[in-house]
Design a protein. Structure first.
Length: 278
């Protein structure tokens, strides 16, 4: 899972955290003030670290799938965080601030030897330019930008997590189905999910199929869902057809529930005819 690391626990960070909880990130919040970095304030976060910023960042390390959002309370902290992050790996780094503040921090980065080409990867001022003013509006703009970057990277940029469940991956697509080949959804044994293959009725049915496969003792199945006919009847734009491969993983990747490979569809019919609902 991609990590969303919020450097700073202030008002914008809090709003960002509440909204990010719905976006399938592993949310991590850092602040050097315990009153701004605690479980009561950020119950939705996977980890909350109350420690000096550099110490906290060092403890986390960096990954090429990490998303860093710098929302600290001052130039010096912004500069420290940004320099450390730019010397590691990341998929996204953004920093809040006025153009004057951003220019000052960037000048400090150049003085520290950070190449200009790398500085140009920083999203700052942060967020899409939607005119946000309140902390919540700024959070919307930040998360919209994260979604934009994530979408541009494509599904192949993020491998599925190493945990038990049934992995559903779109392996073939035709027509106007909204999700592309390679998009995945993990269905856990308790019915919770991570990722999405399009939402709506087809995802609901795919989830039921995945749980049936988990209970049935098979290792793999291939299922096709025809969305075009029902969509046309309802006057909907999205239709098309997708083919989904289901793979059971017990105990993480590679832990199949049996040695059998199931090539037939899960049910007696070749296709489910379902619309997408948004």
């Amino acid at each position: 899972m991609e990590r969303l690391i919020l450097c700073g626990g202030g008002h914008v960070s809090l709003e960002t955290a509440y909204m990010a909880a719905h976006l399938d990130f592993e949310l991590i919040v850092l602040d050097d003030r315990a009153e701004f970095a605690n479980r009561d304030r950020f119950p939705m976060a996977a980890h909350v670290l109350a420690a000096p910023f550099l110490e906290a960042l060092e403890s986390l390390g960096s990954r090429p799938t990490d998303y860093f959002v710098i929302l600290t309370r001052g130039h010096a902290y912004d500069s420290d965080c940004l320099e450390y992050i730019l010397r590691g790996q990341y998929a996204y780094v953004g920093m809040i601030g006025s153009r004057v503040k951003v220019a000052a921090v960037m000048e400090r980065m150049r003085a520290a030897g950070i190449p200009q080409a790398q500085l140009e990867t920083v999203h700052s001022p942060i967020g899409l330019p939607i005119g946000g003013q309140t902390p919540a509006e700024i959070a919307v703009s930040i998360l919209a930008e994260l979604i934009q970057v994530r979408s541009a990277r494509g599904p192949e940029a993020l491998p599925p997590p190493e945990e038990s469940g049934v992995l559903a991956v779109i392996v073939k697509k035709s027509g106007s189905a909204p999700r592309s080949v390679g998009t995945w959804m993990l269905v856990r044994p308790d019915g919770s999910t991570m990722g999405t293959i399009g939402g709506g009725a087809v995802e609901f049915q795919a989830k039921q199929d995945a749980l049936a496969l988990w209970r049935g003792g098979e290792a793999e199945a291939l299922q096709q869902y025809d969305l075009s006919h029902a969509a046309a009847e309802l006057g909907m734009v999205c239709g098309g057809r997708i083919e989904v491969r289901f793979t059971v993983r017990r105990g993480g990747i590679g832990g199949f529930c049996s040695n059998k490979k199931r090539k037939q569809p899960i049910t007696a019919t070749s296709f489910f005819i379902l619309p997408f609902f948004y």
